[in-house]
Design a protein around this ligand. Structure first.
Ligand code: GLC
Length: 436
């Protein structure tokens, strides 16, 4: 049986930590009504009302290679697709259900095409799998916290066989871990109330996944959800502990550490607008510049960001998402070095922006220029070997101006005569420190 081992743990987390930036993809039948992936539950929709989406599912524009290219160009290093979401619909050719993509008019195994295409672009790949299942007859209906039929006493739970559901769920996870090549990540979703840990027969499940996919990284939602750090936090990891914490639609306000002070791995999952599954009326997109700064914020606290795209019913990414990805990509192309493999700098957050760090290299992310020379608080000039503007390699000199002579303990940089920063989203200065 799987048991926690810190050395092996740190080893399997290396790529995850290096990657820092991933793509989440929420795709399924819910792209057709286009009111988000919870539509069945939110609108208490009976199975029959949802069935037309299954009968007509035919995303004719779907091209996993286009998805993968957009992700790679944005500078993302891994991607996670919803193999099955809460509605129970499977984007893969499961042998355990008829409720799957290969039985829709579309007829193709989207999970397989996704994995092939993203691997071909050099990205790490992961699958999201919902523990909840609103289609399976053995999943509790009436009285469950989230089931679409939760308020309907005629949908009582007599005769529902939980063990049979567990066999189904474990069986599907086995299919995904055996039929689709090497997976880098498994993203379970999610635990709530009594539906947690061993209720999912989680020790056995995780042992199976780790045996079939050695080195795989698993999230913490077999014992948590967007809330809860999971048992690694207490330093008493359960056999189904998550490898990383999954804050949702927020960024932890500080670095995450376990009770002994070891850094915890985490990944903020965030949407570009307010929805995971495609939502036609949700126009609340975050500007690319904001998302760039939010990615940097994650990295500056030692975390990852996985940014979601909800393809439309045609299978294409919404134009707003493509535009955002392209803009982020242009920044990443020039500044990715300040993100990949970087983490917290161990310095106070500067007024002008943020720090990230990799070894003896510091990155100062400047959002707001100073009036005159730019102070770098926390560093002495003797510690600095060189400063360059990351995007164009321009040398930045340490200022000798008289104007800051009252602050001899602070190093000031001379960014030149132009008061307007070259990149209004984030101008990154690379500061090479003199090696220890
Ligand atoms: C959730 C939601 C959901 C989404 C997800 C992403 O808790 O139920 O629809 O898939 O987490 O983090």
């Amino acid at each position: 049986m799987y048991q926690f081992d810190r050395q092996r743990y740190e080893k399997r987390m290396q790529w995850f930590c290096q990657a820092r930036f991933g793509m989440f993809i929420h795709f399924g039948l819910y792209a057709i009504p286009a009111r988000g992936e919870w539509v069945r539950s939110a609108e208490r929709m009976p199975e029959a009302a949802y069935q037309p989406y299954f009968d007509s599912f035919d995303p004719t524009q779907f091209d996993a290679r286009q998805w993968a290219k957009a992700a790679a160009r944005a500078g993302m290093r891994y991607a996670v697709l919803t193999a099955k979401h809460h509605d129970g619909f499977c984007l893969f050719d499961s042998g355990l259900t008829d409720y799957k993509v290969t039985n829709t008019p579309f007829g193709r195994d989207i999970v397989r095409e996704f994995l092939d295409a993203f691997r071909a672009e050099g990205l790490r790949v992961g699958l999201y799998y919902s523990l909840l299942d609103w289609h399976h007859p053995d999943y509790p209906h009436y009285g469950d916290a989230h089931h679409p039929m939760r308020d309907d006493p005629t949908q009582g739970n007599e005769g529902r066989d939980w063990e049979r559901y567990l066999r189904y769920m474990h069986g599907q996870v086995r299919e995904l871990c055996t039929g689709y090549g090497k997976l880098d990540l498994f993203w379970f979703d999610f635990s709530y109330g009594p539906m947690t840990g061993e209720k999912w027969r989680a020790a056995e499940l995780v042992d199976m996944v780790r045996t079939l996919q050695p080195g795989i990284v698993i999230n913490n939602r077999l014992e948590a959800s967007g809330e809860g750090f999971g048992s690694l936090y207490d330093c008493h990891p359960t056999p189904w502990h998550g490898d990383f914490v999954t804050p949702e639609q927020m960024i932890p306000p500080r670095e995450l550490k376990d009770v002994q002070g070891n850094p915890l791995y985490w990944e903020s999952c965030v949407t570009m607008n307010g929805s995971w599954g495609y939502a036609r009326d949700d126009k609340w997109y975050k500007p690319a510049a904001l998302l760039i700064r939010k990615l940097v914020e994650c990295v500056s606290r030692g975390g990852n960001m996985i940014l979601n795209v909800g393809p439309t019913e045609t299978g294409a990414f919404p134009p707003q998402a493509l535009d955002i990805l392209e803009k982020i990509g242009r920044w990443m192309e020039r500044n990715g070095q300040s993100v990949y493999g970087c983490g917290a700098a161990g310095l106070e957050k500067p007024d002008c922006g943020r720090f990230t760090r990799r070894g003896d290299t510091l990155y100062l992310h400047v959002y707001e220029n100073a009036l005159g020379p730019l102070p770098v608080i926390g560093l002495k000039r003797e510690q600095i070997a060189a400063v360059t503007c990351l995007a164009d390699g321009r040398r930045i000199s340490i200022s000798n101006s008289w104007v800051h002579s009252d602050y001899p303990d602070i190093c000031f940089l001379d960014l030149g005569p132009d008061p307007v920063l070259p990149d209004s989203a984030d101008t990154v200065l690379r500061i090479d420190l003199k090696g220890a």
